[in-house]
Design a protein around this ligand. Structure first.
Ligand SMILES: *Cc1c(COP(=O)(O)O)cnc(C)c1O
Ligand code: SF4
Length: 351
């Protein structure tokens, strides 16, 4: 890991200040600003050969974005590194594969007001932020028309109005994009508006930032979480890590800070070929999560999104893996293996 840090510092993207990875705590916005956005710079930092034309084409369709903290947890010189595989554009993405489509989970059909998805009883999901700090190549929203989602206070006001009008809604899920890319003040507006709706008791945040940009878990964020509870709205956080090698160093520290500030933290993972589709890796992921006081919530079957077919693991293989995990893990460390079926009003358990 030290070698990677060194490489990233000396050969990283043009705009990176020297010592960006080692320097003392800096604001999360500056950490985001110096994220890798250039495939060539990332490959050089990891001591890997340059990209071919097909990979550059994949990157044009869905650009590379990956923060330096996440890169620092990759193994230098290993093209098969499980963290790198999650973020590096590859030629296979450009292949058309039958059954893999732009909107596999029916998000667009579930939109009730711009950016608000009401698919499940009792809860709504709001696309609250138009971007992510990392571009996961398997993302089911890689083709989502973020441009058309409302932004800022308009998004907040429209969503809160919808929620106020339906007293069956008890929980609001902020998703994305990554909602923690919103500043603390915008977040406080969300929780204040939602806390004022009597039938809403919980605010759930779906975020990958504690994993990929751990400096986001700062005093401001913990202050906001405490303030939200003070308003009578209970926040829950759901993070997204797929491999135990993600859960080290500054990421492990950030998860510790989150739990310490009193918010329950769950993890969702996606079963991904070449990343975590073996028993040892999944068991290590789950054990590491519970050691960090994070509860493994879901293991998702990959959504059939165009460009991600090379990550697919057959359900039969997934079932075998879950059976193996069930034998060796305590019940609280065992995730629910599920898939999302478009139009169905809940996740489908795979058993
Ligand atoms: C998965 C999902 C939810 C939340 O489901 P839970 O089972 O409550 O975690 C809500 N909305 C959408 C659109 C989802 O895909
Ligand atoms: S963090 Fe989540 S929403 Fe963002 S690119 Fe990754 S999988 Fe998609």
């Amino acid at each position: 890991m030290h070698e990677v840090q060194h490489a990233a510092n000396t050969e990283g993207s043009q705009s990176a200040p020297q010592g960006a990875l080692q320097s003392a705590p800096q604001g999360w916005q500056s950490a985001l600003r110096v994220a890798f956005r250039d495939v060539g710079a990332l490959l050089r930092a990891l001591g890997l050969p340059p990209a071919a034309a097909a990979e550059r084409l994949a990157a044009e369709r869905f650009p590379l974005v990956v923060p330096r903290s996440f890169v620092a947890r990759m193994r230098r010189g290993d093209p098969d590194d499980p963290l790198l595989r999650q973020v590096l554009p590859v030629a296979a993405e450009t292949a058309r594969v039958p059954g893999f489509v732009a909107d596999p989970v029916g998000d667009l059909a579930a939109a009730r007001s711009p950016g608000l998805l009401h698919k499940y009883d009792g809860r709504v999901l709001v696309v609250a932020a138009p971007s992510c700090a990392v571009h996961c190549r398997y993302c089911f929203r890689r083709h989502f028309p973020y441009e058309s989602a409302p932004r800022g206070t308009d998004a907040c006001d429209a969503a809160c109005e919808y929620v106020r009008g339906d007293d069956s809604i008890h929980e609001v899920i902020l998703s994305g994009g990554d909602p923690l890319l919103l500043g603390d003040r915008v977040l406080l507006r969300w929780s204040a508006r939602l806390a004022a709706v009597p039938h809403v008791t919980r605010l759930r945040i779906h975020t990958r930032l504690p994993i990929v940009l751990p400096s986001r878990v700062d005093e401001g964020l913990c202050g906001w979480l405490r303030a939200t509870r003070g308003l009578g709205l209970t926040p829950w956080l759901v993070v997204h890590a797929n491999h135990p090698a993600e859960l080290v160093g500054d990421c492990a520290d950030a998860l510790g800070r989150l739990v310490d500030c009193g918010v329950p933290v769950l993890n969702q993972a996606v079963l991904l070929r070449g990343v975590n589709d073996d028993e040892e890796t999944l068991a290590a992921l789950c054990e590491r999560l519970v050691d960090l006081r994070v509860s493994p919530y879901y293991l998702h079957q990959l959504d059939a999104v165009a460009g991600a077919a090379h990550f697919r693991v057959a359900e039969e293989r997934g079932r075998e893996l879950l059976a193996a995990l069930r034998r060796r893990l305590p019940g609280h460390a065992l995730p629910r293996y599920v898939r999302e079926d478009a139009g169905r009003p809940h996740k489908t358990p795979i058993v």
